[in-house]
Design a protein around this ligand. Structure first.
Ligand code: NDP
Length: 473
């Protein structure tokens, strides 16, 4: 079994205590993971603080070149990283529509390379004989990154690459459910980066809490649940940390009756069940207008009946297990509530393989707002399909959620779709697609899906503060 270590001040650090990382496909132990102590965290923060001034002073291009080297290291170790991802997270190597572990490692490469090309030039606000005003961007110091278990490597990269590129140093805590890929990445990265720039401390939420409260950390970038986001806001208040919180979503899609059904169903299926539904901006509530309701249900059922859920290391598997038993239990509870309410299950609805945390792709028709499956984020392979007649009503239902991450409108009438899209209360809206994100397009939630922006120049700016320079000659 491979041994994993914390990464502090450029060195591998072993710990007195470890915890087991479980393979959700068969409940076997993948590896023992180091459990960071409070002293390990203190050492990591101290190392990051010490490394900060020299790292911040490096020319931007030099930091960008180092980020590109990180991408090269990921590329050279793609197979190993992808297999580790499957073992700890459960996602298939290839998977449905090639959106498995290879998609995550490939996305990691693409994101590092695209982000490394960003710059934050000085903005000249006013230029004249009497006065010049410029806005400069400064790194913040030590950034704390806390990541979840659904895309451990990719989300980690979203956090740390812009942070480091902008001149910050990092202390990172991966989810204790999926820490291994991050620790292996940290090992590769520490062969490239100066000591102390990237420190990784694995452990549970207790280590996360210490990070969010630490006086020497200037900013937290967090992806995970809304309740944890609330805890982080409170805990970060001591030194007024900057925050980027990317929390859950319950994205609604509104499908109008003039949609091109044949082209829509495949995209709806893929974006609802991407990563087995364990994706923050997956399509989670499907509102379909009367005229196409049956056709959409039939199209989705046909695809669902053709896919295989199984161990992600098996090349035939389209979908893997859920990542953990709590998530599986949530999905089963939502299905039970839907059944009690008389909803119609088009596929799935029963756990058939209990060797791992498996749940089949489940489509639930004839269900309404008020059912838990509609009102709560399922974060799993079960999709409610809600019928509507009046578009105005569908917009009200779509917005009737505390979340506001993404949404979509499906129609051949793009102008009408644009008008509806503009009325959806969410940070990203897609027309005739969903959940497709790009490194050059800002992404972030509103309402209780969090705040702050990731990706693009807007996301990079979140890892800086401004210094406005007024020059009187
Ligand atoms: P959490 O929010 O509990 O965990 C995310 C990360 O935060 C983990 O690294 C966790 O550590 C850490 N953490 C937990 N508590 C604290 C705390 N008080 N202070 C600082 N860090 C903390 O998410 P879960 O994994 O429990 O997932 C629960 C739900 O969250 C899912 O059902 C889904 O709805 C949503 N979710 C959303 C994601 C998204 O992409 N927006 C991603 C994952 C989940 P550890 O787990 O190691 O204890």
């Amino acid at each position: 079994m491979t041994t994993f270590s914390l990464w502090i001040n450029g060195k591998a650090v072993s710990t007195a205590n470890t915890f087991d990382v479980i393979n959700p496909a068969d409940k076997s132990v993948v590896a023992a993971c180091p459990q960071a102590s409070e002293q390990d965290l203190e050492n990591a923060v101290a190392a990051a603080k010490e490394a900060f001034p020299a790292w911040a002073e490096k020319p931007w291009q030099e930091r960008s070149d180092l980020m590109l080297k990180l991408a090269d290291a990921v590329e050279a170790n793609m197979v190993e990283l992808s297999e580790l991802l499957t073992k700890e997270q459960g996602k298939p190597q290839n998977g449905f529509a090639d959106m498995g572990a290879g998609f995550e490692t490939g996305g990691t490469l693409a994101w590092i390379r695209a982000t490394a090309g960003l710059t934050l030039p000085v903005e000249t606000i006013q230029e004249g004989d009497d006065l010049t005003i410029e806005v400069h961007r400064k790194p913040l110091g030590v950034v704390g990154s806390i990541t979840p278990w659904n895309y451990p490597l990719l989300i980690g990269i979203w956090h740390i690459i812009p942070a480091m590129l902008a001149g910050n140093t990092v202390v990172m805590k991966p989810s204790s459910l999926t820490p291994l890929t991050t620790l292996r990445f940290a090992e590769l990265a520490n062969e490239i980066l100066p000591a102390g720039v990237l420190n990784v401390v694995s452990g549970d939420g207790g280590i996360g809490r210490m990070i969010t409260a630490h006086e020497d950390i200037s900013k937290i970038v967090f992806t995970g649940s809304t309740p944890t986001g609330r805890h982080i806001m409170k805990s970060a208040a001591g030194n007024l940390k900057r925050l980027t919180l990317e929390l859950g979503g319950n994205d609604a899609a509104i499908v109008l009756d003039d949609v091109d059904v044949a082209s829509a169903v495949g995209k709806i299926f893929a974006t609802a069940f991407i990563n087995n539904g364990q994706t923050c901006a997956a399509l989670k509530r499907l509102y379909v207008q009367d005229g196409v309701y049956d056709a959409i249900c039939e199209g989705l059922t046909e695809i669902a009946n053709s896919v295989i859920t199984g161990n992600g290391m098996n090349p035939d598997s389209d979908f893997g297990p859920l990542q953990n038993p709590d998530q599986l239990q949530l999905v089963m509870d939502l299905a039970a509530d839907a059944k009690e309410r008389g909803a119609r299950f088009l596929t799935g609805g029963e756990q058939t393989n209990t060797n791992g945390y498996y749940y089949p792709i489940t489509l639930v028709a004839d269900i309404k707002d008020g059912a838990r499956l509609v009102d709560e984020e399922q974060f799993g392979p079960i999709l409610p399909i809600i019928r509507f007649s009046d578009v105005e009503e569908a917009i009200v239902h779509a917005n009737n959620s505390p979340n506001g991450l993404g949404g979509s409108v499906w129609s051949q009438d793009i102008e009408r779709a644009r008008e509806i899209a503009s009325r959806l209360e969410c940070g990203s809206v897609w027309i005739n697609h969903h959940a497709v994100i790009q490194p050059h397009a800002p992404f972030g939630g509103i309402k209780q899906s969090g705040f702050g922006v990731e990706f693009s120049e807007a996301g990079l700016k979140e890892f800086t503060s401004i210094q406005t320079l007024h020059v009187y000659p």
